[in-house]
Design a binder for this molecule. Sequence first.
Ligand code: IPE
Ligand code: IPE
Ligand code: MG
Length: 255
Amino acid sequence: MRVETQGPEAKAERMTKPIRDTQGPRHVAIIMDGNGRWATQRGRPRLFGHHAGAKRVREVVDACPDFGVKYVTIFAFSTENWKRTQVEVAGLMSLFRRYITSEARALRKENVRVRFIGDRVRLDDKLINLMDELELMTADCTGVNLTIALNYGGRDEVARATRRLAQDVADGRLRPEDVNEETLPKYLDTYVLPDPDLVIRTSGEARISNFLLWQSAYAEYEFVDTLWPDFTAEEFGKLLAAYGARDRRFGAVKA
Ligand code: IPE
Ligand code: IPE
Ligand code: MG
């Protein structure tokens, strides 16, 4: 993957679709679930569903500026997903490599800044290089912030953060009395992102499966029956509109 990232042509090539100012959520996190069932319903292997699911991501990301969504975070592979068959895991890893390679140019053109969260240690070098390249290539994009959670688990993230925090305390860079709700999240993978306002899960499961545990403490949730490969921008828009009607109190009582 070689794409020119510097220079005036690179800038001119980029679309600058403004992000609308709406009453909707600023940060939406999505648990893209149901690919396997979608494929099984069609008598096809699970990977067929993963490929169909990957195609849906573009539609949702493209819709974000119109709906006023500045950050979208998608759950692509969890720390628990290694428990699946070797065929499915290898197929997913190959899909991620292909996805990054084929989508990179379009993402940059649409001014999408891509980041990855999760533990990279278990991923193969080729995939890590592609992830690094895509992050670098879109580092100066100013539109939608797309974060892809890959080998991500909320508990794993908190454990890794705590390990680094403990090291800072041991090395005298942080005092134990300074560990609080403001300093701890600086050690999380999401340290540059605001907390999600809305978490959407497709496929009818009403659980969060270890996604953004710390960050979603006060998020609103939408669980929809649609399987991820059938999820459309239209349905996304309806969920965002419904969010506008919610009363977020954060523990307080409105006057
Ligand atoms: C979500 O779809 C994608 C990943 C977890 C990688 P699933 O593969 O979990 O699909 P179902 O839940 O089995 O239908
Ligand atoms: C959550 O879906 C992980 C991703 C969408 C990547 P799973 O399908 O792995 O979750 P469970 O097993 O139903 O909880
Ligand atoms: Mg699932």
